[in-house]
Design a protein around this ligand. Structure first.
Ligand SMILES: Cc1cc2nc3c(=O)[nH]c(=O)nc-3n(C[C@H](O)[C@H](O)[C@H](O)COP(=O)(O)OP(=O)(O)OC[C@H]3O[C@@H](n4cnc5c(N)ncnc54)[C@H](O)[C@@H]3O)c2cc1C
Length: 520
C-alpha cells in the first residue's frame, strides 16, 4: 500500500483543527503541534472560581440549517447536536442628549428586520424614507447565499464556477454602493434627534461603514448568526474530537521553535526540548508574524511581506481588554448586551480612555455559571496592546497593579448603572493583550488578525505559500482582513483544497459529513 503523505501542522486553533480534519479526510497523515494544553487558540473559554469565562464567540455564522456556513460546519461538526441561542435584540444603545417620543433613552437594535422597521417607524414616521433605505440595504444582502459555498472550490475558475459566480455580480453592485455609506451618513438623514443620535452611537461614536453592521444584521434576521450554547471552547472541542476520530494526532504543550528547511523545502519541525518531527509538508496555522519571521527566520519574504510587517499595507486588528465578572445574581431583568455613557472617563494606562461602556450578560447560557448566577463581560478595544505586553514582560508587579486599578474604576462605574452590582461580584477576571499573546502567540495581542480599516473589502496579502519555499503552506485568520472564526474555517478548507491539488489528490470536503447534508 502506498504511504500517505505526512503533514505537520502548527496550531490547534480553528484553522489548524479544521485543516487537519479536511486533510485527514482526503488521504493525508497529519499531526498537530500546539503550544497550549487545550485546543481552540483564540476560540477559547476558561474556568475561574466556578464560572466559565468565554474568550471569543458572541455569535457564529452558520447556525441556521441550509445556510452556506451551516453546510461547511456540517463537514466538521454534527450541528444538530449544538443548541443555538438567537437574541431578540442585538444591542441596547443608550443615548445621552435626546430621548424617543416616549421619553426613553435606549435604542433597541432588533434582530428581526420587520420588527426593527416597525419600531423605528413608530418612533419617527417622518423618517420613513431613510428607515426603508436601511432595511432595504440589509435585505439586498439576504438575496445571496454567503459565502457562495460550492461542493469544491476550484482554484482555477471553471466554466461552471463562473456561471455560478455570475449571480454574485449583482451582489458586487450592492457592495460597491454600500461600502461607501457610514453610520454618520445615515444619521444625518434622520429628522428624529433620537434616531440621529442612536445611529451616531452605533459604534460608540466612531464613524464606521454600515456594512460592518449590515452583514451581521442580514444574518441575525435569518437566525443564522446564533450563539452556540456551551461557548467557544466547547465549539473548538467538537472539531478537535472530530479530528481525532479521523485519525489525527494532537501534541499539546508542544511549542514549535523552528520550521526545518533543506534546500528551500520544508522538511519538518523543531519543537520543545529540541525534538525533531520530520514530514513531507508543513502547514502553519499559527501567528503570521512568528511563522514568517521567527520559525522561518524571515528568509522567505518579498517586498509585499516586508511592507505588511512594517504596517504599510494593513494595520493589526484591535486587541481587547476583556474584564469578566462572576455574579451571584442572574441579572435576567437587564438586556443581555448594552452600550451606555458614563459620567467619568475610564482611563487605561495604554493611553486609551472610554466614556461609554459595553456590558454583556451571558445569562442565556446556563452552562457558564451555577444556577441563579451569571457571567458578565466588558470589552475594551485598543490599538496599543503592545503596552500591556511590554508591561507584563518588564514589570510584573506594576502590570498587576494597573489591572487592579482599571478593574476597581470599572466596578465603580458599573455600580452606577447596575446599583448594588459591586456586592454581587464573586470573581473578577481580566484578560489583557499580554494574556492573548501568552496563550496564542497572536502578534501584538490581536484578536482577529488584520484590521480591514477604511477599505472594508481590503484583501490580506497573506498567501497560502511563501516565495521560494517548497512544501510549506500557511492558513489562519491572518489570511483575510477582519479575521474571525468563519474566516479561519474558509482558510482551512481552501488550503486543504490547494494541498490536494498540488499533490494530485482528489479533494472531497464532505467525506466526514455530518447532519446528512449534501452539496454534490
Ligand atoms: C475577545 C474576542 C472575541 C472574539 N469574538 C469573536 C466572535 O464573536 N466571532 C468570531 O467569529 N470571531 C471572534 N473572535 C476572533 C476568533 O476567535 C479568531 O479570529 C479565530 O479563533 C482565530 O483562529 P485561528 O485558528 O485562525 O488562529 P488562532 O486561534 O490564533 O490559532 C493559532 C493556534 O496556534 C497555536 N500556536 C501559536 N504559536 C505556536 C507555536 N509556536 N507552536 C505551537 N502552537 C502554536 C496557538 O496556541 C493557537 O492555538 C474573537 C476573538 C477575541 C479575542
Amino acid at each position: 500500500m502506498q504511504q500517505k503523505p505526512k503533514i505537520n501542522i502548527i496550531g490547534a486553533g480553528i484553522s489548524g483543527l479544521s485543516a487537519g480534519c479536511y486533510l485527514q479526510m482526503n488521504g493525508f497523515e497529519t499531526q498537530i503541534f500546539e503550544k497550549h494544553s487545550i485546543p481552540g487558540g483564540l476560540c477559547t473559554s476558561w474556568e475561574n472560581g466556578g464560572y466559565t469565562i468565554d474568550g471569543s464567540i458572541h455569535w457564529i455564522l452558520g447556525s441556521k440549517k441550509g445556510s452556506g456556513f451551516y453546510k461547511m460546519w456540517s463537514e466538521l461538526i454534527d450541528l444538530e447536536k449544538v443548541p443555538f441561542h438567537n437574541h431578540d435584540v442585538r444591542m441596547h444603545i443608550e443615548v445621552k442628549n435626546s430621548a424617543d417620543k416616549y421619553g426613553n433613552k435606549v435604542f433597541k437594535l432588533y434582530t428581526n428586520l420587520d420588527k426593527l422597521k416597525a419600531y423605528m417607524l413608530d418612533l419617527s414616521p417622518e423618517d420613513s424614507k431613510v428607515i426603508n433605505e436601511i432595511i432595504q440595504d440589509i435585505r439586498n444582502l439576504q438575496q445571496f447565499e454567503l459565502p457562495p459555498v460550492m461542493y469544491k472550490l476550484p482554484l482555477i475558475p471553471s466554466i461552471i464556477r463562473s456561471i455560478k459566480m455570475a449571480r454574485y455580480l449583482k451582489f458586487l453592485v450592492y457592495l460597491t454602493k454600500q461600502k461607501k455609506i457610514t453610520n454618520f451618513d445615515i444619521a444625518k438623514k434622520f429628522k428624529s434627534p433620537f434616531l440621529k443620535e442612536s445611529f451616531e452611537l452605533l459604534f460608540d461614536g466612531d464613524e464606521i461603514k454600515m456594512m460592518v453592521i449590515n452583514f451581521p444584521m442580514a444574518f441575525f434576521d435569518q437566525q443564522c448568526a446564533g450563539y452556540p450554547i456551551g461557548g467557544s471552547l466547547s465549539w473548538a472541542n467538537r472539531i478537535a474530537e472530530n479530528y481525532i476520530s479521523l485519525g489525527g494526532k494532537i501534541h499539546y504543550n508542544t511549542p514549535v521553535k523552528k520550521i526545518l528547511v533543506e534546500n528551500n523545502e520544508a522538511k519538518g519541525l523543531l519543537v520543545r526540548n529540541d525534538v525533531i518531527h520530520k514530514s513531507d509538508m508543513v502547514l502553519s496555522t499559527a501567528d503570521w508574524y512568528k511563522t514568517v519571521f521567527e520559525y522561518l527566520d524571515g528568509k522567505y519574504v518579498n517586498d509585499t511581506i516586508l511592507n505588511l510587517k512594517d504596517g504599510k499595507i494593513l494595520d493589526v486588528y484591535y486587541s481587547i481588554l476583556l474584564v469578566s465578572f462572576g455574579l451571584k445574581k442572574s441579572y435576567k431583568e437587564y438586556p443581555h448586551f448594552s452600550r451606555f455613557p458614563t459620567d467619568i472617563k475610564l482611563e487605561s494606562p495604554c493611553g486609551k480612555s472610554w466614556d461609554r461602556l459595553e456590558t454583556h450578560f451571558y445569562n442565556y447560557d446556563p452552562t457558564l455559571a451555577p444556577e441563579g448566577k451569571t457571567v458578565m463581560a466588558c470589552s475594551f478595544y485598543t490599538t496599543n496592546g503592545q503596552y500591556w505586553i511590554d508591561l507584563r514582560k518588564n514589570d510584573r508587579p506594576k502590570y498587576r497593579a494597573e489591572k487592579k486599578k482599571f478593574t476597581d474604576s470599572l466596578i465603580e462605574l458599573l455600580n452606577v448603572k447596575y446599583p448594588g452590582i459591586k456586592d454581587e461580584i464573586e470573581v473578577v477576571d481580566f484578560a489583557t493583550p499580554a494574556t492573548v499573546l501568552r496563550y496564542t502567540n497572536n502578534w501584538k495581542g490581536s484578536a482577529q488578525g488584520w484590521l480591514p480599516g477604511k477599505n472594508m473589502a481590503a484583501s490580506s496579502p497573506v498567501k497560502f505559500t511563501l516565495p521560494n519555499l517548497k512544501n510549506f503552506y500557511y492558513a489562519s485568520h491572518w489570511g483575510r482582513a477582519g479575521g474571525g472564526i468563519p474566516i479561519s474555517l474558509i482558510q482551512a478548507r481552501d488550503v486543504a483544497n490547494l494541498i490536494c491539488k498540488k499533490n494530485k489528490m482528489d479533494f472531497d470536503p464532505q467525506k466526514g459529513m455530518h447532519s446528512g447534508w449534501s452539496m454534490k
